[in-house]
Design a protein around this ligand. Sequence first.
Ligand code: URA
Length: 436
Amino acid sequence: MRMVDLILAKRSGHTHTKAEIDFIIKGVTDASIPDYQLSAWLMAVCWQGMNADETAWLTDAMCHSGSVLDLSAIGPLVADKHSTGGVGDKTTLVFVPLLAAAGIPMAKLSGRGLGHTGGTIDKLDAIPGFKSDLTIDHFIKQVKDIGMAIGGQTSELAPADGKIYAMRDVTGTVESIPLIAASVVSKKIAAGANLIILDVKCGRGAFMETEEKATELAKTMVAVGHRLKRPVTAVVTDMEQPLGLAVGHTLEVIEAIETLKGDGPADLQELCMELGSLALISAGKCKDKEAAHKILRDLMESGKALESFRTLIKAQGGDPAIIENYKLMPTAKHKFEFVVPGQGTKWVEHLDGRKVAEACKLMGAGRTKKGEPINLAVGVVLRNKVGAKVEGGTAIADIYADSQQDYEAARAKLEEAFTFSEKAVKMPSIIKASVS
Ligand code: URA
């Protein structure tokens, strides 16, 4: 088999066989397929798509490109959740310690930023000393010992996804249903959890811009999970505007800590409650959402959820003092106010999550090349979002920048992100649909 023929076949819209897909993934894993051929093939898949068989074969091949963990020694139930990527999505930083505090073992494998979206592992880098490059043995032992671990992509688990993910990030080949489905589900299966909850984002801040496309992605992932005998549940959630108020690595860790204290922004809080209750109900810890919400709220209000995050930070070598002193994390040199243009009362009509992400990227918060270092300190904290009543000339966001020049670039992008209306605007709901 020759890779060039497979690129040509996919470019012309042909369907791959299982053997062809196995050949490609083996070649990615052992590096016999060069980056330029891999990127050409990824672009062909983006354009031509894959059918259900190809997507399942791709997922299976990527999953088996490395070890597949057996977590049965931890207990009958180990949970994982994964988001398809968004702006300001710090849900994992809340969800993992919260659910571990509720007695559900959490074995979470996360990624770095992809395209315009942020990555949990990059966010955790803002915590001095925090190590996410755990060995498999460490990862399993930590889940056994403290009920949770958040590990980055290792060369042992789904290594083909690690390589393809990094390549897609810099070749404009992220927005593809089969590629996203295979990437997410292969990692989740390889990481060994048997309760898998997927948060499928939709809107301008997500890779799937419409609810229809996001639902199609959710259905594809659920179907692939079932074919590979690992049931997954998916929730489609809003990512038109950023999730919560903070976008930027340190800023998002701070917002996650506030949320664990029960003081988070309403949409982030609601999303954590929704995903958390799905996990609690599936795990048989309670019967309905009301009971689940009560468990989760109690954990936040009693301080147990925050203590659980402290335990996680300590176990992975991080400095838990950041919980009391946010200045121990990378901090931007300047804070500038971004004000509502014009005068008089108005309502935020639209807030484009992708543009907010681009504003942060212009200040160095995202990569343009594989493996590039990023600025963890900079970002944007919104004061108001869609549906809020605001006054012209008052601040609607704060921009955290390291220089005047970066601030100006981010401000220009933020100007494009907001639109205002003279009439009242309804607040959008965060939960759109569920698929199981
Ligand atoms: N998250 C992943 O892990 N992979 C993707 O392709 C997109 C989001």
